[in-house]
Design a binder for this molecule. Sequence first.
Ligand code: HPA
Length: 254
Amino acid sequence: MDLAIIGGTGLYDPGVLDEPRALVASTPYGTASLFVGRRGEHEVAFLARHGTDHGVPPHRVNYRANIWALRQIGVRRIVATAAVGSLRQALPPGHVVLVDQFLDFTRGRPSTFFDGPVQHTDMTEPYCPGLRGLLAQAAERAGVPVTLGGTYVCTEGPRFETPAEIRMFAAMGGDVVGMTGVPEVVLAREAGLHYAAIAIVTNYAAGISPSPLTHEEVVGVMSKNADALRAMCLDVAGRLSEAGPCGCEGGAKG
Ligand code: HPA
């Protein structure tokens, strides 16, 4: 399997694949629903993070089953999309940030494969720099405004943030805020997989936005940008052999 695409909000459709086949994988953490198919000569898997009907909220996504299932079917590289709010005026809605760091403000989510014996995983470079480089080129080709690198703040959700929280996250160095990036990236790294995230700005965050936030606003901006995001993912599927070096497959350190 050459690549898996994890589709976030607004990207539920496996239609990007030729002849997509639905698959329910059973894992030690429960089941995961995904699709496998081809894109040209490449085998590609697609997983809708919130389910194809957007029925699963961010804090209830079975991140462990999803990542385990992808590895189980032979996936080694994952490109994930994520709708985010922007903490910076310079990152307006429609902008893509290829994030390279995260700040974790989730709580209570099962967030590791390593429940014993003790294993600690290096997080110096949580997102694959090789895949990120390919995505940067793909964004340029798709005509998407893109920033290479940025810090993703992950909140527990499903509520949006208060303006005070947003001021704190910005002061801490956060650039964008979402609800699903962690533990997904952590689990991918624990599993020794290459993982990159396309954070697509759907709104200015609370207190920066002139109006209250709504899920409809997020979905609206996502649907306008969905074709460009799909194009970026599929561009990468065809150029995996050109990815620059990275240390992702080292996985856990004891
Ligand atoms: N906050 C958290 N998650 C989000 C936002 C936001 O402003 N926009 C899209 N996902």
